[in-house]
Design a protein. Structure first.
Lengths: 81, 326, 298
């Protein structure tokens, strides 16, 4: 069985899966990602903070939907290795 | 000197603030949580107005270029030196090459990092505080960025022994629900009686628009007393003839989403202000995060002054303890 | 003679560090002069513990340290100043008269306002055309003539550093009134000349904004480097109580002034003027004439 990990939000704010409303999503479930890949943005205090993968893996699922509010420490995405 | 390896979300140089320029439209800026700011300087023996770093939500990674004493106060963004957890509200010592980093925020929103001697940035209009809107003060008028080098000043007044720590009873607790005390007034006559009550009864949620200029809250719609708008006031019922906004004053543009104006706010404008956060609770407001709950509690001016005295007394106890503890 | 009487004063505490005093709910020259007189007296009193004295359009605000001056004592002092003020003919105000050149219909603000037509009440006309029309002027030239023919009182400074709210010194029926944009612009050029409600402004720095845009001033009103003569003592030029005369200029004079600003030689043309509010309010046309004569011919 593949090992599961999660990417968590370091910040409270709004989670965005796209760089802008007209752009495609950064990544999709099932896609392989590498360290440093941007998987989403958190908007807070009129800043956009890039959420990056800290390890290689395959996106298992998004725990939080596009434009949903998140808290600091909340899981955004689960990965399988 | 200190090297900025990663800047964090918004890390700025702040002191007590730029006082006395409100009339030209210049807000004071300065540390959002003055209690934590004051204690941070006390713990490293600095002049009370020495400049510190204010860290918001997400901590920076900093590397120290020489040995020095530091202290960290404010919200719980757990600090580590070279990967090892270190206590907050304590006089710490770092060596040359040590790295300071932070875990994710657990409670509160802002941490103050004081360094022995304070931060050396130019004094602009009597203050070292950063005001990013027009790019003055602090580190080149902006938040610190990767690659910046921060120098220390010589505003140390006393030698404080490493390991000096604050009595836990004097360390504020940071929850996710907050009661913020306000003096109702200013243009509160513009609200209907029912909406005045709604304002106080509602549990408001802090939106992502919450920063040094102000905190916006989501909750109920508020209504204004119907009237023919006076000349010069603008057409929306939430508009008044442009006036000055006190720091901590609360306005409700179009009756939705009350905004508490804070230290980098606009100094005036055309929205009715309905209440003002008392000075002691501005410190507590500074530790409120996006998504947390806020209830505004109406107090009298006397109660506001009493709360102010209590804070001052606590700071007096801390100062005395640090003095005797030597 | 007109007395300070029809205004209704409201004293309010803004938490434990501010007192807010509303002199009138409506904007008027009378309310503004009264606030100016009170705040100038308060400044002269030089009270310990008073940090900021901020006159605004029809109100004023004071920031203080309640440990140095008791809020109740300060409030009583403010009430006493109001009581002792006397009539509008007994107050003498000294102001700076300033020539403020404005390049109306300039290419930069024109480009900015065209970018945001979808946020405007009248997407098919310019801000000048729209404002002229709703204020009953036949064309934009007549509208600009109305703005430039009578001086404006700098009734309040604020929002951001140095931004002057300016209220034209004409009878209320001649006051220009325009709405703000339906949704604010995300961009306004630095030094843009705009109008919103009954107030004109000059934007000190580039940024968002909701006022109608008519032109651009070649000279700054905010200079953080403080290299120009008029900025030696302060990073902002306007002072509450100043009287601005907006003078319509063309591209060549705009360029010439810009060059003076760049080489550091620009100085605002200004004169001192003394008046009583009573004298101004009793005959605004005569005052405007006197002010312009003093500014350009005395």
């Amino acid at each position: 069985m593949a090992e599961k990990t999660a990417i968590v939000s370091p910040l409270p704010g709004i989670f965005y899966r796209r760089p802008s409303p007209d752009s495609p999503e950064f990544v999709q479930a099932g896609e392989a990602i590498k360290v440093g890949d941007v998987i989403g943005l958190i908007e807070v205090m009129k800043n956009y903070y890039e959420i990056k993968a800290e390890e290689d893996g395959v996106v298992d699922q998004f725990v939080v939907g596009d434009e949903e509010l998140v808290d600091a420490g909340q899981e955004l995405v689960t990965l399988t290795k | 000197m200190i090297n900025v390896k990663k800047p964090g979300l918004q890390t700025t140089v702040q002191d007590r603030g730029r006082i006395g320029y409100y009339e030209i439209g210049m807000p004071p800026s300065g540390a959002m949580d003055k209690y934590a700011f004051t204690v941070a300087n006390l713990l490293v023996g600095n002049d009370p107005n020495a400049a510190v770093l204010e860290i918001t939500y997400l901590g920076p990674v900093l590397e120290f270029g020489k040995a020095m004493k530091i202290s960290l106060t404010g919200g719980e963004i757990p600090p580590r030196i070279n990967g090892q957890p270190v206590p907050m509200w304590t006089t710490l010592e770092v060596r040359e090459g040590d790295q300071l980093s932070f875990d994710f925020v657990k409670g509160g929103a802002r941490v103050y990092l004081a360094i022995e001697g304070g931060i050396a940035v130019p004094l602009i209009m009597g203050s070292r505080s950063t005001y990013t809107l027009i790019g003055i003060g602090g580190f080149e008028g902006r938040a610190v960025a990767e690659g910046d080098v921060i120098y220390t000043a010589d505003m140390r007044k006393k030698e404080i022994p490493v390991g000096t720590r604050i009595d836990p009873d004097l360390i504020p607790a940071y929850s996710k629900t907050h009661e913020i005390r306000v003096v109702v007034g200013l243009c509160s006559y513009r609200l209907t009686e029912e909406s005045k009550q709604t304002f106080l009864d509602t549990e408001w949620t802090v939106t992502p628009e919450a920063n040094r200029t102000g905190y916006r809250h989501r909750g109920e719609k508020l209504h204004f007393v119907e009237r023919e708008q006076p000349f010069g006031a603008g057409s929306n019922p939430s508009n008044v003839t442009d006036l000055g906004y006190p720091i901590g004053s609360i306005q409700v543009p179009d009756g939705v989403e009350p905004i508490v104006l804070l230290h980098d706010a606009v100094t005036g404008g055309g929205y009715a202000t309905i209440a003002t956060v008392i000075s002691s609770d501005l410190d507590r407001m500074a530790q409120v995060k996006t998504n947390e709950k806020v209830r505004f509690v109406s107090v009298s001016l006397e109660e506001a002054l009493e709360a102010r005295r209590t804070v001052k007394q606590k700071l007096g106890v801390i100062a005395q303890f640090i003095e005797i503890g030597m | 003679m007109k007395e300070v009487s029809q205004l209704q004063t409201r004293y309010e505490y803004g938490g434990d560090e501010f007192i807010f005093v509303q002199l009138s709910e409506a904007m008027s020259l009378e309310a503004n002069f009264k606030g100016m007189a009170i705040t100038r007296k308060l400044k002269e009193a030089n009270l310990e513990g008073v940090y900021d004295i901020c006159p605004s359009n029809a109100s004023y605000m004071v920031r203080f340290d309640p440990e140095i001056i008791a809020p109740q004592a300060l409030l009583e002092k403010l009430q006493q100043i109001e009581r002792d003020l006397g009539g509008l003919d007994e107050i003498t105000i000294t102001s700076r008269l300033v020539d403020v050149p404005v390049y109306f219909n300039d290419p930069w603000t024109h480009e900015a306002l065209m970018r945001f037509r979808d946020r405007h009440q009248a997407p098919d006309s310019t801000d000048l055309e729209y404002s002229a029309k709703i204020n009953g002027y036949a064309n934009t030239d007549d509208f600009i003539e109305a703005i430039t023919s009578a001086p404006f009182l700098v009734s309040m400074i604020g929002f951001v550093p140095g931004l002057p709210w300016c209220f034209q010194m004409v009878r209320q029926e001649k006051q220009i009134e325009v709405p703000k944009y339906v949704r604010p612009r995300t961009f306004t050029p630095e030094r843009a000349f705009g109008f919103g409600g009954a107030f004109s402004v000059i934007y000190p720095v580039q940024g968002a904004g909701g006022y109608q845009l008519y032109g651009i001033a070649p000279a700054p009103i905010y200079q953080k480097e403080q290299t120009l003569f008029d900025f030696q003592d302060s990073i902002v030029f306007p002072k509450q109580g100043d009287i601005f005369r907006y003078r319509s200029i063309h591209a060549d004079e705009y360029q010439a002034i810009r060059e003076q600003v760049e080489d550091g030689s620009f100085v605002y043309h200004k004169k001192e003027i003394r008046f009583t509010p009573g004298e101004v309010l009793s005959d605004l046309e005569a005052f405007a004439e006197r002010a312009l004569r003093r500014l350009y011919h005395d």
